[in-house]
Design a protein around this ligand. Structure first.
Ligand code: SAH
Ligand code: AVI
Length: 325
């Protein structure tokens, strides 16, 4: 019997068509924009990790303190023997607090499922977790959480709890945010839970500093998107000629990140030319900030009921525990 013909090998050097389509569409818009999910190549994931340690970037620190202070209550909400699914898991640092708290107060989890778009980073983190938590099934999924989630084989008849910390929900506009939470609702099923971290509205100076730190790490993170487009899509952005800007848009309750051209420039991406006027920006990210009211409305729109909202003493950040109807 002859061996079946081998499937043609994927061309690793070929540009990702979805990435290319999204970039061309974003740069053709008026105003120009790029989807923020493309920040997270290997370098972008490392830069985001560095951002979380910056003095100006308060969300990670404050959210972690809430998790520590409320560890027992959160573990009781997760419940014994549950499956924890983290969407946009990054370095899974915050999940460790939950894994430890569940172990201490209600019994170990049945499985931990980290999902992230940043594949190699996710694999490294999963390997580390397996070493540190022997006996805990760690079942990573590489994928985009804005699409329906295909879960791996999970232990049956277990409560499923989604975990979406870091205010990643803030990177979606109001309609898109509800849609994302809807996909989590489908993943955990009726009666399942979701623990959501969300940054709260505060003064503009604190917010703009958090997205424009003195050491310039956020600027590097923002510009890395252009470096990635140059490398993966054969573009010729003069990366250092685009200035990083963070703007608090109080009317829309969001911090916007922009890359602003220092002079009139023409850039080519996969053979297509894009003209920039001096001072013209590419809008690269929105980071929406919430109030208790907007959180309740968002949860309800996605089919969840909020059971509890935990905050820090200055009400800078919120962690909401909600149940899928
Ligand atoms: N949950 C972690 C990381 C938050 S950073 C924490 O709170 O610290 C946001 C993470 O979401 C990054 O790791 C990024 O790679 C991932 N991400 C961004 N957009 C995504 C998408 N559409 N699908 C899956 N993961 C995404
Ligand atoms: C991942 N996300 C919630 C971060 C945020 O705060 O919007 C990404 C980020 N952008 C700039 N700094 C951090």
């Amino acid at each position: 019997m002859s061996a079946p013909a081998a499937a043609p090998a994927a061309d690793a050097s070929a540009p990702d068509q979805t990435f290319l389509t999204d970039v061309l569409a974003g740069l053709s818009g008026d105003p120009k924009s790029l989807p923020c999910k493309y920040f997270y190549d290997a370098a972008g994931s490392r830069l985001f990790e560095a951002i979380t340690a910056l003095p100006e970037y308060y969300p990670t620190r404050i959210e972690a303190a809430i998790f520590r202070d409320q560890a027992e209550a959160i573990a009781r909400f997760v419940g014994p023997g549950a499956v924890l699914i983290e969407f946009g898991s990054g370095n899974s640092e915050k999940s460790r607090v939950l894994l430890d708290a569940c172990g201490e107060y209600v019994g170990a989890l049945a499985a931990y499922v980290p999902q992230d778009i940043s594949g190699p980073f996710l694999e490294t983190v999963a390997r580390r977790l397996r070493n540190e938590y022997p006996g805990l099934p760690v079942l990573p999924i590489i994928g985009d959480f804005t699409q329906p989630v295909t879960l791996p084989d999970l232990p049956p008849h277990r409560r499923r709890v989604g975990f979406f910390p870091g205010s990643t929900i803030g990177n979606f506009g109001p309609g898109a945010a509800a849609k994302v939470l809807r996909t989590f609702h489908d993943a955990v099923g009726p009666g399942g839970g979701l623990i959501l971290g969300a940054d709260l509205i505060k003064d503009g100076a604190t917010l703009e500093a958090a997205y424009d730190d003195a050491a310039g790490v956020t600027a590097q993170f923002n510009r890395n998107l252009l470096t990635r487009i140059n490398r993966e899509l054969g573009a010729d952005f003069p990366v250092d000629r685009f200035r990083h800007e963070a703007r608090w848009n109080a009317e829309q309750s969001r911090v916007e990140m922009h890359l602003v051209a220092d002079a009139p420039r023409t850039v080519t991406v996969a053979g297509r030319r894009f003209d920039f006027a001096e001072g013209e920006s590419i809008h690269t990210e929105n980071s929406y900030k919430f109030s208790r009211e907007t959180l309740h409305a968002l949860a309800a729109e996605a089919g969840f009921t909020i059971e509890t909202i935990w905050t820090d003493p200055r009400e800078q950040f919120a962690v909401a525990a909600m149940t899928a109807e």
